[in-house]
Design a binder for this molecule. Structure first.
Ligand code: AMP
Length: 193
């Protein structure tokens, strides 16, 4: 069974929700770079102050900042037996950094899973989320920019993992539970019940 996992997919595809469910099922931590950034912004930490100008406009935080944070996070005890990364890697250079982090520990990635979703559906979902959660990067302009960044910088990652034979694709449209079961099947974990 795969336990070192990357979850890919456009903003609004349900990555965050599914990452938490899958991680719980597998007994591994869900590590969301976006959540870590948001917690630091909220807490007013130096990291938060550095990243806010990027996150607020939907731009990627510089790799130097993000990579160091991920390296530290993956070195923590709870990630020793596996993890599910949500929102990292986000560009091809970060793929190389994740490879290096794992190689330094004598490890490798088991699987990258891409949640696919139609762009119109994800925009609608994100604008609805904006009303509920009030995330400052969920306004229509910023949402569209985040989708452009995804298409240009992050979508190519799927090809990199596909070339390595490490990519699974899962349809993210539909009932939340149904999508979870599709993901579980793709990972090869025991199903619920
Ligand atoms: P997310 O919650 O994954 O949508 O991330 C929210 C924001 O955090 C993104 O729009 C970026 O500004 C920043 N961010 C999250 N993950 C990364 C990453 N791996 N590299 C660069 N910036 C990131």
């Amino acid at each position: 069974m795969s336990t070192r996992l990357v979850l890919l997919g456009p903003p609004g595809a349900g990555k965050g929700t599914q990452a938490v469910r899958i991680a719980e099922r597998l007994g591994i931590p869900a590590i969301s770079t976006g959540d870590i950034f948001r917690a630091n912004i909220k807490g007013g930490t130096p990291l938060g102050k550095t990243v806010q100008e990027y996150t607020s406009r939907g731009a990627l935080v510089p790799d130097s900042v993000t990579n160091e944070m991920v390296r530290d996070r993956l070195a923590q005890d709870d990630a020793a037996d596996g993890f599910l990364l949500d929102g990292y890697p986000r560009n091809v250079a970060q793929v190389g950094e994740l490879d290096a982090i794992l190689a330094d520990a004598g490890l490798s990635l088991d699987l990258a899973i891409e949640i696919t979703a139609d762009p119109d559906v994800v925009v609608a979902r994100l604008l609805k989320r904006a009303e509920i959660e009030g995330r400052e990067d969920d306004t229509e302009d910023v949402v569209r920019h985040r989708l452009d960044v995804y298409a240009q910088e992050t979508a190519p990652i799927a090809h990199v993992y596909a070339d390595r034979g490490l990519l699974a694709q899962v349809d993210g449209i539909g009932d939340v539970d149904a999508v979870t079961e599709r993901l579980v099947a793709a990972i090869g974990a025991p199903s619920a019940g």
